[in-house]
Design a protein around this ligand. Structure first.
Ligand code: HXC
Length: 276
């Protein structure tokens, strides 16, 4: 059965007093991650992207939803482009100035579209590498001094498309492969600092920009047939996995890439997209 809440799974104070910084947190999966962190006791969550108007509205909404769920945490909007280290450094400094520390970093900012390598512009490939791979490195690198102090943790959002060499995804697959590698390298390098570094690889998640951008016509019907669990996932099912990794329940888990996809990649990775 699809999870749309976390009732009766985690206690509401699982992340009591923690401060989180969520890139890409203004919309989609990462917005629900921010909400889930707030609902489980985070005292502050900064959501970060390029679009301040979207962020401000989301921050108001998430703070109100947290209050309605009995939580007292605050969501704040911070504008930054993850491709620009100075902007990310400033947003992290603003977050720490506001809340006093940083415990949890979620690297969720991503860009994607369907494109054949033979037709894609050089700049298109570079853009996705810059947002996904460089953005994850810049943000992790800039957050490191704060996470050393808090013995905090990082959760990178990756994907499964590169497990099979899916068509039209060479740019995103190359970027996310790098993120998978970085997850392991940082887990090893930063373990001695008490920092855990893990990743979540979501599969097909319903009602997301990713699915509406990436799914060719008829794809949803194919998914229902071929995903072993027989359905797409919910944003909350991804957020629940982030909550687990961010929490003390995962205190000995680092360098892991947790696939949240109903076993989809094992059965749909080789499907043919129309020529893009
Ligand atoms: C081919 C494209 C393209 C497309 C853009 N480009 N869209 N090429 N097909 N559909 C090219 C442009 O022509 C340009 O190259 C270059 O990419 C940069 O485009 P810009 O629009 O200038 O870049 P920017 O404004 O920075 O936008 C970045 C973006 C955009 C990635 C292109 O879509 C974006 O900001 N997306 C963020 C949100 C998003 O994509 N979310 C989905 C994530 S889903 P030229 O050569 O013309 O200059 C996800 C999960 C996947 O990651 C899971 C799947 C199951």
């Amino acid at each position: 059965m699809a999870a749309t809440s976390t009732a009766n799974v985690f206690t509401r104070d699982a992340l009591r007093g923690k401060i989180a910084f969520v890139t890409g947190g203004g919309t989609g999966i990462c917005k629900d991650i921010a909400q889930t962190l707030l609902e489980h006791g985070c005292a502050g969550v900064a959501i970060v992207s390029r679009k301040m108007a979207v962020l401000e509205q989301s921050a108001r909404e998430l703070t109100a939803k947290a209050a309605a769920a009995g939580a007292s945490g605050v969501c704040v909007a911070l504008a930054a482009d993850v491709r620009v280290p100075e902007q990310i450094e400033k947003a992290l400094a603003d977050c720490v100035a506001r809340f006093g520390k940083l415990d949890i970093l979620v690297n969720g900012a991503a860009g994607n579209f369907l494109a054949l390598s033979a037709k894609m512009s050089y700049n298109a490939f570079k853009t996705v590498i810059e947002i996904d791979l460089l953005g994850t490195f810049y943000t992790s690198r800039a957050a490191y001094p704060y996470l050393v102090k808090s013995k905090g943790n990082i959760i990178n959002i990756t994907m499964t498309n590169h497990y099979t060499g899916m068509q039209l995804q060479a740019h995103a697959g190359a970027a996310k492969s790098g993120i998978d590698a970085m997850t392991r390298h940082h887990a090893v390098e930063w373990g001695q600092d008490g920092i855990r570094v893990n990743a979540i690889a979501p599969g097909p998640i319903e009602n997301t920009e990713g699915m509406s951008k990436l799914a060719p016509p008829g794809y949803n019907e194919t998914l229902q047939r071929t995903i072993p669990l027989g359905r797409m996932g919910t944003v909350r099912e991804v957020a629940n996995a982030v909550l687990f990794l961010a929490s003390e329940a995962a205190s000995y888990v680092t360098g892991a890439i947790l696939v949240v996809d109903g076993a989809a990649w094992m059965t749909i990775g080789g499907m043919n997209y129309p020529d893009g």
